[in-house]
Design a protein around this ligand. Sequence first.
Ligand code: KG4
Ligand code: ZN
Length: 346
Amino acid sequence: PTKRLLQQTELAMLILGIESSCDDAAAAVLETTAPGIADIRSSTVANQDDIHRAYGGIVPELASRSHVVTIGPVIERALDGAGCRLVDIEGIAVTRGPGLVGSLLVGLMFAKGLAQASGVAMVGVNHIEGHLLAPLLENRITMPYLALVVSGGHTALFAVEDFGRYRRIGSTRDDAAGEAFDKVAKLMGLGYPGGRAIDEMSRRGNRKRVRIPRAHVRGAPMDFSFSGVKTAVATILASEDGRAGRPEDLAASFQEAVVDMLVKPTIAAARELGADTIALTGGVAANSRLRDRLAEAAVADGRRLVAPALEYCTDNAAMIALAGGYRLIRGERDPLSIDAQANLAL
Ligand code: KG4
Ligand code: ZN
């Protein structure tokens, strides 16, 4: 037993995750023992919604300026929350793309500084890989599994075949689903970001009241298209009838259309892949109707849905630490010369 204990401690690695690709500055401490298996010791996020709300969208310059101020304290809070200090950290995982280049640079430079000063290994992580692996933070899932990533910037289906092996099997042809939520919320005067407001409003609305056409990409059953629903809502709001209707009904009808358009391709992809598990991830995974409907559809099809807790659906650093962690425990490291890449491919 002594030997086994020793091996366990030797394998456990304390990893600091840093994320600043968009408008959230986040840090987390994870204790990882094997690829994809980790104990979340802490996870903190500094949200910037109050800064960007007045502009109705993210202002990149303001995002990076705010990161400069908050990233240090956010990391300190993560260390405090984990009950450890910088000298205890054995590896650093930081988002290097895709995202806003100014935002990415802040986290990356900070990580490089820490790695340089402490001499510990650092790896750069693809933000999307973080989202794809986030469902593993709290669940054991056997690979391959199907992941639906739905956020403000992305809407895509990926086969997660192994750590570091991901295959894109469908994606949006135009807007991301979160973008559609945000644009419709703006049209309806619900503020920014609007996904959550629409979700909450929809609970009091009639989902069948307003007719919203569903778009499907011809010949590509696993792709998505959301620009049409946004235009449909704009047209309705421009008409007298539309303006006279209850906003709750419009919100609920729009949300139901988006959910339909997400569920159908996802189930088609799960069938094609033969995946037992569908993992839902990204900020729109917070949507209550999407969670319910996708869970129902998965079970009806003999599969299960795994959706992370809300704090791990939206941008966070725990998922970045997990995605960098499997490489760090294998002894990998990136040179300190890696750069931020706004369009980093997976
Ligand atoms: O993953 P995320 O935090 O940031 C990136 O885009 O990477 O996702 C943010 C998106 C926003 O578009 C927001 O409106 C949407 O997630 N969102 C929601 C809900 N909560 C957040 N959309 C629909 N329903 C929600 N409950
Ligand atoms: Zn994200």
